[in-house]
Design a protein around this ligand. Structure first.
Ligand SMILES: [Mg+2]
Length: 339
C-alpha cells in the first residue's frame, strides 16, 4: 500500500521497527505505537529528529505532512517509569509540601493493581533482608519510619540526641513487649544504620530491632494527583514472613502516601519537626505507646480505623497502660494531658 509508513526508532542502543502506521495517522498515534514497542510512555518520549519546519510537531500533526522516507530512523530519548523512579533518589528529595490531604480517593484503586503487585513480588524475591533479631512467635509487627517520625533530620544540633523524638526509647521498650519492630526509612541502609547507632536504638538492652528496610524495598507507583511517588508496601514483609500479615501489622509514618499500597495498616503520626522548639511539648510517642498496648488484643487489625486512633477505647474491661512496664511513662503522660 502506498500510504503505509514504516519507521525505525533508535533508543538506548537498540532499534525498534514501528509498522502498521499510515500517512493519515498522527504523531500521537506514532508515540502510542512506540510506547507499545519500547515501554516508554508518550509523555516521556523525546523524538529528536522528528521535525516539521525545524520544530517539534504537535501530537495531532499528520505523519504525511512530515514527508518521512520509508524506514526513517527516529532517534529517541526517554526513560522507563521505573528508571525514572530509581534515578530520582530517595523520596526524601520530594519536597515536604507534597502532602496527602485527600489522597484516599486513589487508595483503593491502587492497592490491587497487578503491575504493583508484580513489583512487590520482585522485592520479595530480590530484596535481601539482613536479620538483626529473629521474629518472636506470637508477636505482632510494628513498622516505623525514621525521619520526622522518630527523629527531626532537618534541624541542626551538636548531638543526635537533641533531635531524637522525646520518649523514643520508652516507646520502643513498651512496644517491644508485644510487637517485633522493623525500621523502614526511605533513605539508604548506610544512613539508617548510622542513625540507629547515633540514637542508641541499635544497641539498646531493653528492646531489639528485628531488621531495617531502606529505599530499595520501596516501589514506585503512579498516582493521578501526584505523579510518580515511592511507597512502602507492607506486602514485601508479608511475603517474606508468614508470621506477619495485614491482621497483625501496624505502620507509623508522617507521610500518608507511604501507605498507599496498604492504607488500612498505616497510622499517620504528627511529624516531629523543629526539635528545639518542640522537644518539651511533644508527647506523640507516649500516646502511641498506649495505643499499641490498647489494640494488642485485637485479633484482626483490619477491623481498626487508625485515622481515629486517638479516640480508640479498648472494648474489653481491662485497660492496658504502659505505666507498669516502664517507669516514668505513665507520669509523663498524665502531666501532658493536664497541661
Ligand atoms: Mg518521615
Amino acid at each position: 500500500m502506498e500510504n503505509e509508513v514504516r519507521i525505525v526508532v533508535k533508543w538506548s542502543g537498540k532499534e525498534y521497527e514501528i509498522c502498521n502506521l499510515s500517512e493519515s495517522d498522527s504523531v500521537g498515534t506514532l508515540k502510542n505505537a512506540i510506547h507499545r514497542e519500547t515501554g516508554v510512555r508518550p509523555e516521556r518520549q523525546k523524538l529528536l529528529n522528528l521535525k516539521l519546519k525545524g520544530k517539534t510537531p504537535e501530537d495531532g500533526c499528520q505523519l504525511s505532512t512530515l514527508k518521512l522516507k520509508q524506514g526513517f530512523k527516529v532517534m529517541m530519548m526517554g526513560s522507563l517509569e521505573e528508571d525514572i523512579a530509581d534515578a530520582s533518589g530517595p523520596p526524601e528529595d520530594i519536597p515536604d509540601v507534597v502532602n496527602d490531604l485527600d489522597i484516599e480517593d486513589e487508595e483503593i484503586a491502587l492497592e490491587s493493581r497487578e503491575v504493583y503487585l508484580a513489583k512487590i513480588e520482585r522485592r520479595i524475591k530480590e530484596y535481601k533482608i539482613n536479620m538483626l533479631n529473629e521474629p518472636r512467635p506470637g508477636k505482632k509487627l510494628l513498622v516505623l519510619d525514621v525521619d520526622y517520625t522518630l527523629y527531626d533530620h532537618r534541624s541542626s544540633a551538636e548531638t543526635g540526641y537533641e533531635l531524637m523524638r522525646p520518649f523514643l526509647h520508652e516507646f520502643l521498650i513498651s512496644a517491644y513487649q508485644d510487637y517485633d519492630i522493623v525500621i523502614w526509612s526511605a533513605t539508604s541502609m548506610k544512613w539508617i544504620e548510622e542513625k540507629m547507632k547515633l540514637l542508641g536504638v541499635s544497641t539498646h538492652s531493653d528492646y531489639k530491632i528485628a531488621f531495617y528496610l531502606d529505599n530499595l524495598a520501596m516501589i514506585s507507583i503512579v498516582t493521578p494527583k501526584y505523579g510518580i511517588v515511592q511507597v512502602k508496601p507492607l506486602g514485601v514483609i508479608w511475603g517474606k514472613f508468614d508470621q506477619y500479615s495485614s491482621r497483625n501489622t501496624i505502620m507509623f509514618d508522617d507521610i500518608r502516601r507511604n501507605f498507599l499500597m496498604n492504607p488500612g495498616n498505616g497510622l499517620k503520626i504528627r511529624p516531629f519537626r523543629q526539635a528545639h522548639l518542640n522537644r518539651d511539648k511533644d508527647r506523640e510517642l507516649l500516646k502511641l505507646a498506649k495505643y499499641l498496648k490498647d489494640i494488642v488484643h485485637e485479633e484482626d487489625f483490619n477491623s481498626l480505623d487508625h485515622k481515629h486512633w486517638e479516640k480508640y477505647r479498648p472494648r474489653k474491661k481491662e485497660q492496658h497502660t504502659v505505666k507498669k512496664e516502664s517507669g516514668d511513662l505513665g507520669d509523663n503522660r498524665d502531666s501532658s494531658s493536664a497541661s
